[in-house]
Design a protein around this ligand. Structure first.
Ligand SMILES: C[S@@+](CC[C@H](N)C(=O)[O-])C[C@H]1O[C@@H](n2cnc3c(N)ncnc32)[C@H](O)[C@@H]1O
Ligand code: SF4
Ligand code: SF4
Length: 347
């Protein structure tokens, strides 16, 4: 997410303090990605979250929110499944905002309209909405939800009318998959005029991170179409002309070449971000730390030897099943390369 300059400064300060972990100091995660639930009422072809039917324990989630609020963590990204299925979401967000966290919410946008007012009142910093097609027919088909795009656009209008120049920032996130590849440029053209930003991530089928329910796999002959569409997007929208988007083709069509390259891009993010899963399990991206937030403090989980062991392993061997996700990936590999060398030397 793009941050205000104060938010960015404050996050960088915490990320800098986190580097004191190299010297054996106890630190806190500057950022947390929190998957509140895997449950969802959509049936997206590219996602299998919706197969999860475990009940949502709102009180347990609120207790985690209080733990996070008490920690010096600066940024909290709420994701799912669908976060708006959590009835206590307003209370969770209020707890985090009272503690002055930067809060973002990833949503399918279906319920945005009815939640817009409290999102604006709580000054939620960022709402990221998924849109996967340039037309309602394509988007609704991929998302397995008739009327979805129309509802999302209504919700965006309501948030924009209510926020009067303040937060939340609204971004659209698209997954590039075979089903929409031919229309990627049209999608970006359309939604850059509606949202504050559009972001894309490639389809993943990766254990413990993002798994598809039935999206068609790309074939080698799709490569030229994908590259053509990305080139058009970059030519029309210079914000996309960076290494992250240039890396899509390699990620989708030459995954075996990624293990070290991906780590160079993701290391600054995973060095600073704890993931809390819907059952309380703590991870660094997909990798379990063997601890639950229900019975350990955030500091204990974060300062565990398992985290440093993971960084050392990644710095040495690369990542066996790499991802290429917006929030994990920095536009340049340089900070990650430096960090990898540092971890290899000091870690
Ligand atoms: C898992 S969803 C959770 C939040 C919300 N339900 C939504 O759809 O935005 C977060 C993001 O991951 C994307 N996603 C889901 N499955 C994916 C996959 N297999 N590969 C890449 N992205 C995926 C979604 O489209 C969405 O943009
Ligand atoms: S991508 Fe989001 S909306 Fe679609 S099924 Fe997965 S969690 Fe639900
Ligand atoms: S590439 Fe990085 S963020 Fe992605 S799964 Fe591997 S270690 Fe995690």
């Amino acid at each position: 997410m793009r941050l205000s300059s104060t938010g960015r400064l404050s996050l960088y300060a915490r990320a800098g303090a986190n580097a004191l972990g190299f010297l054996g100091r106890r630190t806190y995660p500057p950022a947390i990605i929190w998957v509140l639930t895997q449950r969802c009422f959509y049936r997206c072809v590219h996602c299998d979250s919706w197969k999860d039917e475990r009940p949502i324990d709102g009180d347990a989630l609120l207790a985690i929110a209080e733990k996070i609020a008490a920690a010096p963590t600066k940024m909290v990204a709420l994701s799912g499944g669908e976060p708006f299925m959590v009835k206590r979401l307003p209370a969770i967000v209020a707890t985090l905002k009272r503690a002055k966290k930067i809060v973002s919410i990833n949503t399918n946008g279906h319920l945005l309209d009815e939640h817009a007012r409290w999102l604006v009142a709580e000054r939620v910093d960022h709402v990221q909405i998924s849109i996967d097609g340039h037309t309602a027919a394509l988007h609704d088909g991929i998302r397995g939800a008739r009327g979805s795009l129309e509802r999302i656009l209504r919700g965006i209008d309501v948030v924009k009318a209510a926020r009067v120049g303040g937060p939340p920032r609204i971004s659209v996130c698209t997954v590039l998959m075979k089903e929409n590849a031919a229309h990627l440029a049209e999608l970006v053209d359309r939604f850059t005029t509606i949202a504050d930003a559009v972001e894309i991530q490639p389809l993943h089928d990766s254990l413990g991170l993002l798994a598809t329910a039935g999206a068609a796999a790309f074939a080698p002959e799709d490569r030229s179409l994908v590259e053509e569409q990305l080139a058009t997007v970059m030519a029309r929208h210079p914000a996309f002309a960076n290494d992250y988007y240039r890396g899509f083709s390699r990620f989708l069509f030459e995954p075996d070449s990624m293990p070290h390259h991906a780590v160079d891009h993701c290391l600054p993010m995973i060095f600073n971000t704890l993931t809390i899963r819907e059952d309380g399990a703590c991870r660094i991206c997909r990798y379990p730390l063997g601890a639950s937030i229900h019975d350990r403090s955030i500091a204990d989980v974060w300062n565990s030897p398992a985290r440093w062991a993971l960084y050392r392993r990644l710095a040495r061997d690369g990542c066996g099943q790499p991802c290429w996700i917006r929030c994990h990936t920095h536009p340049s590999a340089r900070p990650g390369t430096i960090l990898r060398k540092l971890v290899a030397t000091l870690g």
